[in-house]
Unconditional design. Structure first.
Length: 232
């Protein structure tokens, strides 16, 4: 999914200096996502009526590019080989870039109906494993972005949908033309369908644009790159 980070200036949320904030505002206001190249390496699986994903991710020591790089897990409403552009989705994971002031943060991003936005959570540490989780809570009737067993980032409004048809995990960046070098680790990948329990899964297809994806562990994958030419 092509994230809203690619066009929206959210620098004030992380307290950037005024001059940098003004610079970002000048660049981003009035632009579209298409103005910024987006690179992706995602491991996908079709899962009907899915309302949650749970994945262990390793932060490593990611760069702080212009605009961002993120390791994420997501649910998408759309169907196909990848989440189609414009489809509703909810995702969470870690992110770092100019738009976070260089901080490595927990985040969520989402789309539903006319709503498209994102939010940042607490800082996370480099070279550390974290458990990230998306979930539509039946009891609270809301979408939630969890980290290490805590629903830290939640939506107190409706996106107009409560379950999707695709789950994924991988690496995404938006940049000025040169994809940043990084890796996205997705271990112990699980999903939760409506009325079901947490289920481990192995992805069935890969979406690779600049970043490649390879299977890893029994249930997991690694996205890495950028790679010149075809992925192995």
């Amino acid at each position: 999914m092509i994230s809203e980070f690619a066009r929206k200036n959210n620098s004030f949320k992380v307290g950037l200096p005024v001059l940098l904030a003004l610079m970002l505002m000048t660049i981003t206001v009035g632009t579209s996502r298409a103005a910024w190249p987006v690179s992706q390496g995602f491991a996908f699986k079709s899962v009907s009526n899915v309302r949650g994903t749970r994945v262990s991710m390793y932060t490593g020591a990611p760069p702080s590019p212009f605009w961002f790089i993120a390791n994420l897990t997501a649910i998408c409403v759309g169907q196909g080989t990848t989440c189609p552009s414009g489809s509703d989705f909810f995702e969470t994971g870690w992110i770092r870039g100019v738009q976070t002031g260089g901080l490595l943060l927990h985040y969520i991003s989402y789309r539903g109906g006319s709503i498209e936005d994102f939010d940042y959570g607490d800082p996370v540490s480099e070279k550390t494993w974290y458990l990230f989780q998306t979930l539509h809570s039946n009891s609270a009737s809301r979408w939630e972005g969890w980290i290490n067993g805590v629903p830290e980032l939640v939506l107190n409004f409706s996106l107009g949908w409560t379950s999707g048809n695709l789950v994924n995990c991988g690496l995404e960046s938006a940049h000025t033309g040169t994809p940043p070098t990084a890796a996205g680790y997705c271990k112990d990948t699980r999903y939760k369908i409506v009325g079901g329990n947490w289920t481990y899964y192995t992805h069935t297809r890969e979406h690779e644009v600049d970043y490649c994806v390879m299977p890893a562990w029994t249930f997991g994958s690694i996205a890495y790159g950028p790679v010149t030419g075809a992925c192995p």
